[in-house]
Design a protein around this ligand. Structure first.
Ligand SMILES: [Zn+2]
Length: 248
């Protein structure tokens, strides 16, 4: 994995413009991780994916992030500031990719893998309305094989408690898949936890950055006659200083 320069980031952004968010996340990861092929990226667990997106976010925009949430009690819009290191639970480790696991519950033995972007896309396509059904469908997709006291067992025959245990085990093995942060409302002191979606958050930041960058290219190209490539190869600091001189 490596940092992206301005041209690579703009290309990734353009490529992802008309894509769903899962695809955008994969485009960013494939651009930053040329050592992975698209199959490896698609089969990456959500936690492994999000650990990479957090690292990429640090490289592009730094470690400090500002976000907003709405207080569920009084409706106040709450701004919260976080650090990427406080949100990072998993490290980026290519050895983690495409691993299979085993879980034993009573006399059931389940072979399973961790949920991937593909699983989420498939589950979202069928179970948009019901979050609980969606979560259970996701868990079921992760079962590779199951047996009961040594005899092969159908997915449909697995008892709910075995699936619940599997769901908990998946959470434990892929902790980065759900990033939570605790907030306190400044207006009513209500305390609650919000889920932080690094894929959506980072894409919004990249989108804003791309629009600013293209405006800057337009301004500097008009003023100095430089090409897009020349302008993008300037450091952000120089680009901004020249832009300030043109605007003056
Ligand atoms: Zn409140």
């Amino acid at each position: 994995m490596r940092p992206l320069d301005a041209t690579e980031l703009l290309n990734a952004w353009e490529h992802g413009l008309n894509q769903p968010i899962l695809q955008r996340a994969l485009i960013l990861i494939l651009t930053a991780c040329p050592e992975l092929d698209s199959e490896a990226a698609e089969n990456m667990s959500i936690g492994a994916r999000d650990a990479r997106l957090l690292r990429l976010r640090e490289w592009i925009f730094g470690t400090r992030l500002l976000n907003t949430a709405q207080c569920p009690q009084c409706g106040e819009r709450v701004e919260w500031e976080g650090r990427t290191r406080d949100l990072r639970i998993q490290t980026v480790d290519d050895a983690d990719l495409a691993e299979d696991f085993t879980l034993e519950v009573d006399n059931y033995r389940l072979h399973f893998r961790l949920p991937t972007s593909k699983d989420i896309a498939a589950v979202m396509a069928v179970a948009q309305s019901d979050g609980n059904t969606g979560a259970m469908a996701l868990v079921k997709r992760c079962v590779v094989s199951a047996d009961q006291a040594g005899d092969a067992c159908n997915l449909a025959d697995l008892p709910q408690h075995a699936l619940d245990a599997l769901s908990q085990q998946i959470e434990k093995l892929d902790p980065q898949a759900e990033i939570r942060t605790a907030l306190t409302c400044p207006a009513c002191s209500h305390q609650w936890e919000v889920l932080f979606d690094i894929a959506g958050f980072l894409w919004t930041e990249i989108n804003n950055w791309a629009e600013r960058t293209l405006r800057s290219v337009n301004l500097l190209a008009s003023a100095y006659g430089w090409t897009e490539r020349e302008i993008l190869s300037l450091s952000p600091v120089r680009r901004q200083l020249y832009q300030g001189m043109v605007n003056r």
